[in-house]
Design a protein around this ligand. Sequence first.
Ligand SMILES: [Zn+2]
Length: 256
Amino acid sequence: MPFSIRNGVLGHADHPVRQIPSPNHSGPFRRPPRFVVMHYTAGASARGSAAWLANPASGASAHLVIGREGEVLQCVNFENRAWHAGRSTWQGLSGLNDHAIGIELANWGPLAAQDEGWASPDGKPVPAILARHRHGGPECGWERYPAIQLETAAAIVGTLAQAYPIREILGHDDIAPTRKRDPGPAFDMADFRKTVFGDLPCGTVTAHSLNVRSGPALSFPVIDTLARGARVSLGERHRDWIAIAPERWVFAGYLA
Ligand SMILES: [Zn+2]
């Protein structure tokens, strides 16, 4: 994998990742981030979106912006809490900025009908899929995500999952379903998760609240809890315990 992370900064084996530092963040995570939230910029170039997210006037940010040609811009250090999620909830957590890395993909989202096809707000034809968002709204064209953009994003999220205890990839429309529609129907989340995590076996938490311990025994400290219904990848086993990530173990009897 060509990407690496050092001190919260993304690196690439062949070239430096462009940094466009944003002041729009809340300082260090109190607990390591456990989610990645995917977004679209609803904009033209990744460079332009990153510049806006680095502007205090925007009041918003994301850790990364990934362009249509796979170019990567980092706006917020991964150790800090970026402002990408807004009002949001997931599995009993609220305010996902405190728990998630945010990645913006340069993409217009929904498009306007034009002649035989679909166009961006600035009037340019855009390759699209025809779809209705699962949360409702009209059927319309949504900008396609180019393969190089998705491959780059997947490689980076895979690298993040090695550096941090990332257990789930979410859409902004998962954590703020009444407000947000990104990354939208053109983003195949199931396929993306499979690309990142492979065909690892997955389990679902059946306990009301499941303790995550730093090792495979009750003597190890509880470092996290998972709510019923949370999906986890199933790794190494040790007696009745199963690893869901490096140094994160749960009692296997509470997984289905
Ligand atoms: Zn978003």
